[in-house]
Write a protein that binds this ligand. Structure first.
Ligand SMILES: [Fe+2]
Length: 377
């Protein structure tokens, strides 16, 4: 560790949280961020000391990761791309919309949906994102497995709008895109819940039922006149792939609308980085890799490149192992060289804990060093 230019980072500050797996969480650790129930109520507040009882409750609710405070960490400024209360309101609006459709289907067999609240939320999301420049997705949305569908809609909206911004779409177009993205899986309200939450592989019949959801969503919105045709296309086309392997129509390449292609990327990325009943989440750099490997086959390469430019592969606060054997925490990222962030070394190559202030390394300059692993302790 000799001879490298290093900075020093002051050890004071209050954003010292990192994501850990629920398996390695222990009583006595302090929560770094609020935890919400699937219906959006605060279950545990940040600052709460974990107890065995809380940990059991979190495991029962199928949380796989939580944020905890770690006083060894340097002060990091990490903001979510949209405020937490807006995210929650949007999740609740989309949940209400789903419940409404299910009820109408049961009672009358017909759907006459009101998407005003959802459209309103999607517009607030666009306005919020437009008021910030150069946003980068840093925080993982650590939600319970049970709230997947609704949180997924909101995440797709955020990811897709960020990409639309990067492509230079004007605000009215971003709002059309956003409304479509929030309503993406609205057609799943007609797919039986047992199929949606089935842990194993789906039978051919069940998969056929799931594949109906883009068309079902599009049909449900057909008569809704305050949702634009472009928003409806997002819903219809978000499972199409450029090689024709998607559904419902098996469209190819430019036959798929730009918004449909944006929606497909947002949908896949968020699904990959979420816990599902059948597999654990991928880390951001792993999901980016999956998308890049499907470029030219499932997705347009240029669009994939634009999409991943908004995502930090190693977000601030990530604990990593360097090729030198040292353990370090990501403290800052230059998105043009996102794989080589600034890190603070917390453990030397002999496995000894270092004391704050931690030595800083700029991996853009340390060309002989690389991140070899993300540590999920
Ligand atoms: Fe979908």
């Amino acid at each position: 560790m000799h001879g490298r230019p290093r900075g020093r980072l002051a050890p004071d500050g209050n954003f010292r949280v990192r994501a850990i797996s629920i398996v390695s969480a222990a009583a006595g650790q302090v929560l770094g961020k609020n935890i919400y129930t699937p219906d959006g109520r605060v279950l545990l507040r940040q600052g709460t000391a974990l107890t065995e009882r809380y940990l059991k409750a979190l495991r029962d609710l199928k949380f796989s990761h939580i944020y905890v405070r770690d006083e060894r960490l340097p002060d990091l400024e990490v903001d979510d791309v949209i405020p937490e209360d807006l995210r929650l309101e949007a999740v609740q609006a989309i949940e209400g919309c789903f419940a409404d459709i299910r009820k109408q289907m049961e009672e009358t067999g017909k759907v006459n949906i009101n998407v005003d609240a959802v459209a309103e939320m999607s517009k607030s999301i666009v306005e919020n994102l437009m008021s910030h420049k150069d946003l980068v997705v840093q925080l993982m949305d650590l939600r319970s497995l049970d709230s997947y569908t609704f949180a997924h809609s909101v995440n797709c909206c955020v990811l897709g709008v960020m990409m639309g911004q990067r492509l230079g779409l004007p605000e009215p177009k971003l709002k059309d895109l956003a409304t479509g993205l929030v309503l993406l899986d609205i057609g799943k309200s007609v797919v039986p819940a047992e199929i949606l939450s089935k842990p194993g592989a789906l039978t051919e019949e069940e998969f056929a039922k799931v594949k109906e959801h883009p068309r079902a969503g599009f049909d449900a919105l057909r008569e809704v006149f305050n949702v634009s045709a472009h928003s409806k296309i997002v819903v219809l086309q978000h499972h199409e792939r450029i090689d024709g392997s998607g559904y419902p129509k098996g469209l190819k390449g430019p036959e798929i609308h730009l918004y449909g292609q944006i929606a497909a990327l947002a949908d896949v990325f968020d699904a990959l980085t979420s816990d599902r009943v059948y597999r654990k989440r991928l880390l951001p750099h792993e999901a980016i890799d999956v998308l890049l490997r499907s470029a030219d086959r499932l997705f347009d390469r240029q669009l994939v490149t634009t999409f991943v430019a908004n995502i930090a592969p190693f977000p601030k606060g990530t604990l990593v192992k360097l090729s030198s054997g040292e353990h370090a925490i990501v403290t800052d990222i230059d998105m043009s060289t996102a794989l080589r962030p600034m890190v603070a070394v917390v453990k030397d190559s002999g496995g000894r804990d270092l004391k704050a202030p931690f030595p800083l390394l700029d991996l853009r300059r340390e060309r002989s060093l690389a991140i070899v692993k993300v540590l999920a302790e």
